[in-house]
Structures are given as C-alpha cells and as structure tokens.
Design a protein around this ligand. Sequence first.
Ligand code: C5J
Length: 221
Amino acid sequence: MARQIEAQPYHLAFAPESTALLIIDMQRDFVEPGGFGAMLGNDVGKLRVAIEPIRQLLAAARKAGLFILHTREGHRPDLSDAPPAKLSRGGGPQRIGDAGPMGRILIRGEPGHDIIPELYPLPGEPVIDKPGKGSFCQTDLELILKNRGIRTLIVCGVTTEVCVHTTVREANDRGFECLVPSDCAASYFPEFHEVALRMIQAQGGIFGWVSDSAKVIAALS
Ligand code: C5J
C-alpha cells in the first residue's frame, strides 16, 4: 500500500513492504570514549544525540514490519581487509587494530566493534560487516536488499557526512530511493551534518530526501 513521508525537497511515496530501515555503524567504537572516533580526536558525545531518535524510529519500524538492517565498520583481526592507506590515517599515537579500553580498535569481535545496547539488533535483522565507509563496498547488502524487493531506504546512523552519506550515494546510484531523518544521523562536526543533509536534498533531491523521525514515525503509524 502506497504511503507518503513528509520530506524535503518533496514528499516521498513509499510502500512498507518495499522499504527498509538501514542503521549505519551505531557501534561503541564511534559513540563511546576510547574507541575509533575518540582515537581520531573527536568528541564522541556529539554523536549520542542521534541515539534516542533512532531508538524511537527503530521501535516504530519494527512495529510496522519494515525490514531492518544494521551495519558495522570494522576489520578482520589480521587486518588483511584493511587498506594500508586507511591504517596509516589519523596521525595520533593509536591506530586501527591497537588495543584500547574496548578491545582492539575497529576490529570485528571486539567489544568496541559491537552495536550499542540501545539499538541492538534483534535475531533475524541482518548485520552487514563492512570494511569501508560505504555499506555496499565489499558487502552482500545489495544482494540482500534486491532479494527482498526493497526499493526505499530510510538511512540512519553515524556519521552523517562519512558513512551515512557514502551509503546514500552508493544506494542512489544503484536505484534505491533514500531518505535520511535529520535527527537520526549525527556528526562530530555539526556543521558537516547540516551541509551533508542539504547536499542530499539539493537540486530536486540529487541523492534523496531528508525528513525527521517524527514525520517518518507518523507515516509508519
Ligand atoms: C567514520 C563512519 N566516520 N561510520 N565512519 O569513519 O562514519
């Protein structure tokens, strides 16, 4: 059944059965002290504003029967899937793979790599482990979405201008319609968050649509 979400630059028509909620990298490594985000010199508190709006949207999406997926950025323990150019970034004393208070930084299976308890996946909700910023790069996400008949993505998570934006761009080029609820994404740099959202909806929605959690929840109810 077709419905509409009030959004910018104009409403988005969607059908719940072909719509997925995709939650990007809500991992301890990004939103808690001592992880990858902090290692890069960021104030992780800036990302935590998105947790409660995502939690509410996730609950509404589960109730509405939407297909829900989560992603995690991270690497194999032997770092064989981490490009040297990524490993050398940061400039600080710590690198990806080094030991931190939540285990080895950005390494699969370590406590810091896991999704935060507030947004923890339920059994049956796919978790896509990705080595890069985009969720389609070197993952089976596209296959899973196509097999399920998904055409519309509601994309949440962190950070707005990095993994959320990269994923929206990748998805847009693959023919998916993407909507980002503005309060369900966050950045270590609030000005980047604002501009990233403007970039998505500019030029008639060059990459997709922007709305907020209240409007999406209203459309799902
Ligand atoms: C970053 C991400 N910012 N999940 N990753 O390195 O946005």
